[in-house]
Design a binder for this molecule. Structure first.
Ligand code: BGC
Length: 273
């Protein structure tokens, strides 16, 4: 889906984690296309991160983008990433802690390691990025010439903050926690004009859920869970994230926006229950 370039984020800087592929790539591209500078965080595949950054920089209306390798579970690495953003671009205005993983097991077979890694990336990683973002927002102070908010945090959740998911207890628990992290940030820092919201994607066509869409049979089965009857595209999330980062959504604070084709409307109840 083509997004018309829009200058609503010009003069701002965003950090998007896990931005070398899938949803993170789409978010970084949309935000860059709306004029923001972007740190393209990655942990593997530096060439892909470089490519995302080049695509943003090549388009003359866009902001500047630089790839930055960092493991979001490591405090010192996250701090180094924020320092890079401040040294290079002056400050950080938008934080999208998108990096996430799945390590699926039936609960009774789930090794502690698989539980811990998912909690570390999906929850602790978002906490560390949100914390560093808020520290930078408070240090820098308001910039009314670029935004009505002191800063914007867009946590990336999932329909599984609401829909239980057998065989994925670690993932569902990590996403269930994100809503409380995000809303507590809203309650605690809203008075300082920090705006925090979540995006909760449904089934989006990315490498994380390849098995669910790569064959026609799998895709048909998946579509039974989606009233709108199509899998989501990363750009469905990217365009919403850019809007949520902009002042056009200035009064949205503490909300989770489900972008799922209606998955959270439980289509299994259409002819049952
Ligand atoms: C998961 C995907 C899954 C989707 C809908 C996402 O949060 O990462 O693997 O397809 O939720 O179940």
């Amino acid at each position: 889906m083509y997004q018309k370039p829009n200058k609503r984020l010009t003069g701002q800087t965003a950090i998007v984690t896990g931005a070398n592929s899938g949803i993170g790539k789409a978010i970084a591209t949309s935000i860059g296309r709306d004029g923001a500078n972007v740190i393209i965080n990655y942990i593997t595949d530096p060439e892909a991160a470089e490519e995302v950054a080049n695509d943003i920089c090549d388009d003359k209306i866009c902001g500047q983008a630089i790839p930055f390798k960092c493991d979001v579970t490591k405090e010192d690495e996250v701090q180094a990433m924020f320092k890079k953003a401040v040294d290079h671009f002056g400050t950080v205005d938008i934080v999208v802690p998108n990096a996430g993983i799945q390590k699926d097991y039936p609960l009774h077979e789930m090794p502690l390691d698989a539980w811990q890694q998912v909690i570390d990336v999906n929850l602790t990683g978002q906490f560390l990025c949100a914390r560093e973002g808020i520290r930078e927002f408070l240090r820098r102070g308001m910039r009314p010439e670029v935004s009505a908010a002191l800063g914007k945090i867009i946590t990336i959740s999932s329909v599984h903050e609401k829909i239980p998911w057998a065989g994925h207890a670690n993932y569902a628990a990590s996403k269930g926690a994100i809503v409380m992290l995000m809303q507590t940030i809203t309650q605690e820092y809203g008075p300082m004009k920090v705006r925090a919201n979540s995006i909760a994607p449904g089934a989006i066509k990315t490498p994380i859920n390849r098995e669910a869409w790569e064959t026609p049979e799998a895709l048909n089965k998946l579509n039974e869970l989606i009233p709108y009857n199509r899998i989501g595209e990363p750009s469905d999330i990217g365009s919403a994230a850019a809007w949520l980062a902009s002042d056009e959504s200035d009064y949205i604070n503490g909300s989770t926006i489900f972008i799922d084709g209606g998955m959270t409307c439980y289509p299994g109840f259409t002819e049952n229950g």
